[in-house]
Design a protein around this ligand. Structure first.
Ligand SMILES: O=C(O)[C@H](O)[C@@H](O)[C@H](O)[C@H](O)COP(=O)(O)O
Length: 242
């Protein structure tokens, strides 16, 4: 397993690099595994949303066969399907109009439509995922070192690390809204590649904690089986060890 750092000038350059690397990596997965679909887990957050906008421009003319790419999400806020708060909103608004994705390959996490409770929603997503592992799992990171909806100093952290399931229900999230659904560390760490997508000076401490282990944060426990890549801007990379 390799850990790589790519330090870009600013957030726009990080977004551009994510889009460019996704096209290259998905093309390679499709070349190496023609027998199956490529599996991509997306994240919410500002930097990833900018990357999806870029992908909407660069993706259509690329070598990727988008009809054979499946989209998943690392976490979701348990709100109505059409809520502005949904993590999947940015990706869907950019990618659906631009790319010839197949609807059955877009695996949104369940929404709070009043008919299903949070635990059932998490269990349903775990069932949908089955034994799939992601070729690439994108992870944003909060200034506290949270990834997906696994937060430090919060029951979700121990719950995720020790989980025997791929998806957990998260209550009382320190970041609103309180109810969330999240991949667990076992599911994230089954990914061939985990890519952290991080920009801004407020993330510099957490990048340092996660990469050095100097503080126990959820991001520090996430890694790919083949590759862990940190895509950072200069501000976020300020406290990288070495
Ligand atoms: O569910 C959420 O509340 C957010 O989506 C959050 O987890 C986000 O992914 C990170 O905080 C990084 O976001 P930024 O890239 O916008 O800083």
């Amino acid at each position: 397993m390799s850990t790589e750092f790519a330090v870009l000038a600013d957030g726009d350059a990080v977004a551009e690099a994510i889009a460019e690397r996704l096209i290259t990596a998905l093309t390679a997965v499709q070349r190496d595994h023609p027998e199956r679909n490529a599996q991509l887990a997306l994240t919410g957050g500002r930097i990833a949303t900018r990357a999806y906008q870029r992908l909407a421009v660069d993706g259509p003319g690329s070598a990727v066969d988008w009809s054979r790419v499946e989209l998943w999400w690392g976490d979701e806020r348990f709100v109505a399907a059409d809520s502005e708060d949904r993590n999947d909103r940015g990706a869907l608004e950019s990618l659906i109009p631009a790319l010839p994705l197949v609807e059955a390959n877009i695996h949104r996490m369940p929404a709070d439509d009043g008919s299903v409770d949070l635990d059932a929603a998490a269990a349903a997503y775990a069932d949908e995922l089955g034994d799939i592992s992601f070729d690439i799992c994108l992870l944003g990171m909060g200034p506290d070192g949270h990834v997906a909806s696994v937060f430090p100093d919060h029951p979700s952290f121990q719950g995720s690390l020790a989980a025997s399931t791929d998806v957990i229900a998260v209550r009382d999230s320190p970041k609103p809204p309180p109810l969330r659904i999240s991949l667990t560390h076992p599911a994230i760490n089954r990914s061939a590649a985990v890519w952290f997508t991080v920009s801004g000076a407020d993330k510099a401490d957490a990048v340092g904690w996660a990469t050095s282990g100097s503080k126990n944060v959820p991001a520090g426990h996430a890694q790919g089986t083949e590759e862990t890549l940190w895509l950072l801007d200069q501000e976020a990379a300020a406290r990288l060890p070495g």
